[in-house]
Design a protein. Sequence first.
Length: 366
Amino acid sequence: MSLRVGIVGLPNVGKSTLFNALLKKRVALSANYPFATVEPNVGVVAVPDLRLSILADLVKKEEHMENPPPVVPAVVEFVDIAGLVKGASTGAGLGNQFLSHIREVDAIIHVLRDFSDPNIVREGSENPDADRLTIETELGLADLQTLEKLLSAQQDKRIKSSNDTLETEKLDCLMVVQGELEKGKLPSWIKIGDEKLRNWFERLPLLSMKPVLYVYNVSEKEYKQKLLDREYNVGELVISAKLEEELADLSEEERKDYLKELGIREIGLERLIKKAYDLLGLVSFLTAGKKEIRAWTIKSGTKAPQAAGVIHTDFEKKFIRAQVIEYEKLIEAGSYKVAKDKGWIRTEGKDYEIKDGDVVEFLIVS
């Protein structure tokens, strides 16, 4: 499955700089004026996963190959979206374009300006808390407009299906969401027990329901100190977009040396990509063979047949069983043969939920 993440924020907060750093090349125009980005820039970025190269070496050794098999990581698609200003929900700035592009992504990275630089224009930006509220308000106002149409349509459906309990529950649900938004609250917290109602609710075209990762963009000078000083919540991350863009221009060796010099262990972008991946409750299962070593993206809780269907749609229909071993167990064994001899490779059926790091071989009807 593909994961599409939109990078949003007020103008000149560092969105395009961050996007360039993610792609390790200068793709997006990073300029000191509002709306330097009009049409969204799109780039595909690999999810960092050291397990893949280690598995490749294991297969190379076991299969007596001259070179390790190629590695295919899971990927995230990032979209650099035009800056939003106050009043976007009523069309101010590039509001209509901004909102339409957000509707097309699965999750949002909201970049907040947390640095001081008199040389970079502030276009509506005050401080991280105020900026965050501005965008949340605009998303909420846009959703209230959408809800008016949804409520009208749902009321018609309930009238036509007066005996249908589900249609009544849908209408009640929409009214609850409308009430929360009118109070200035986001509806993303709402939990629904009924599976049919939940599936319907999760597909509603509401911007404020999308998972959000708040990225505090700090100066290079303050980066290390803010990492140490501030306690960030689960959905928050501190990063220096300018530093990350500079690091992207360096070789791997130069990058390691520079980070060591700064006293920083992990590149901020790696943390960001992993958090974006986690934001939607995604995990990776692995396949390892002579042809390739690959990470496949699935939702946490996905059962074996549906995971097989990610590789090829026919595999779900033709699924028989899965041969599964945890990555750590396979590495401990040192080879598939030893793992098999130890009884560490399990046979799992249709009800097995694939876990992150499971190394899987699917058996299907030929």
